[in-house]
Design a protein around this ligand. Sequence first.
Ligand SMILES: [Zn+2]
Length: 92
Amino acid sequence: MPLYEYEALGKTCPLCANGFEVLQAMDDPPLERCPECGQPCRRIISAPRAHSRASDPLSPANLAAKGFTQYRKETPGVYRKTAGQGPDYIKR
Ligand SMILES: [Zn+2]
């Protein structure tokens, strides 16, 4: 489930004073009020931070997108490609 960031629009309580984050399903409607104090709040439009490898800067998808190629040692002397361009296997 992605983590969404909210900021308070009016008065704040300890929860929303510095903004707060809520785990919500993608199709959940945005909160309109702080769950703690009930003051109006709004969802900050940003890419939801998924709790997954997608947020890992060293994930294969991110590495490939930045032009890196990643290999993982499979057996001694054999490296299998996990991201990017290049041969699927390297043998040393
Ligand atoms: Zn609040």
